[in-house]
Ligand binder design. Sequence first.
Ligand SMILES: NC(=O)c1ccc[n+]([C@@H]2O[C@H](COP(=O)([O-])OP(=O)(O)OC[C@H]3O[C@@H](n4cnc5c(N)ncnc54)[C@H](OP(=O)(O)O)[C@@H]3O)[C@@H](O)[C@H]2O)c1
Length: 302
Amino acid sequence: MELPLFVVLLSCLGALTVARFSFFLIKYLYIFFLRPQKNLLNYGRWAVITGSTDGIGKALSFELASLGLNLILIGRNPDKLREVNDEIKSKFPSTTVQNVTIDLSRDLTDGVRKLEEAIHDVDVGVLLNCAGVSNLNTSFLHELEEDLLMTQLRVNLESLTATTAAVLPMMLRKKRGTIVNIGSGSTVAIPSHPLLAVYAGTKAYVDSFSRCLHAEYKSEGIHTQCQVPLYVATKMVAYRGSSFFAPIAEEYAKSAVRFIGYEPRCMTYWPHFLQWCLATLVPDFIINHFRLQHGLSRRKKS
Ligand SMILES: NC(=O)c1ccc[n+]([C@@H]2O[C@H](COP(=O)([O-])OP(=O)(O)OC[C@H]3O[C@@H](n4cnc5c(N)ncnc54)[C@H](OP(=O)(O)O)[C@@H]3O)[C@@H](O)[C@H]2O)c1
């Protein structure tokens, strides 16, 4: 008996959908759970980390030390830098750790000079740009204090650009290196981030900047990546505790190092990725409405 054409077409479509979904599932199961980590020492013996005194940057510093890299920690607070330096050296005695004090929200002329001096004689293979600032209390743009607005632009965007430009020439000479910029899922996984417009805008810059650098320098042996996490329970989002979807920084950092050297843009923590996949099924206007209400409720509380 011959089947009607529409039944045959529907069956083909169904089979194709199942095949596509299976391929997607297998690919991401491999990426998240089976793919081997790159040997980061192949890029160079040293890593430079901004935002190393707290949260994600601090946790990543420990991860890199555990892999045998020596560290140049950048931070604005010398006491906090010293504390992190001591903690890392007591846990990993063979690691050499240098501190460079730079306030990334100020004029960067001196800071860049200090960084250039610090990296002059060492083989820097990894640059992690983790420093970041957000307005903890959500607000409309016209309510945002100018100081906080400018600090976000300087730390999230200007300083990230300047540190990258300072480290790149050394990587170019060696023809190897990897740059990891921490962007945000708020710019790729959801259509908007109302009441955090400046923060989200700076992170969109980080995403675009990273992808351009990757295209520019890939052939020179320099890999650039933008990681786009969703919530991670750090002081930046102090109103939120840790949960299945909001890991502590140490847990996030473990997932983050496994992705270094792979996709130019990635969400490294699998429950974040799951959230991202689910968000694609929801129409933009519903997410925008939900995000705005969430922002407004936090604004009232503040
Ligand atoms: N937490 C999240 O949910 C989340 C989600 C997506 C993306 N991100 C991004 O992840 C990165 C790390 O954030 P986090 O959650 O780890 O935040 P965090 O715990 O607040 O850490 C931010 C780091 O940046 C440093 N920093 C801030 N202002 C600075 C300045 N003027 N000069 C030098 N260093 C400065 C901080 O130094 P101090 O120790 O002196 O404060 C700290 O080391 C940021 O780029 C953030 O945008 C975070």
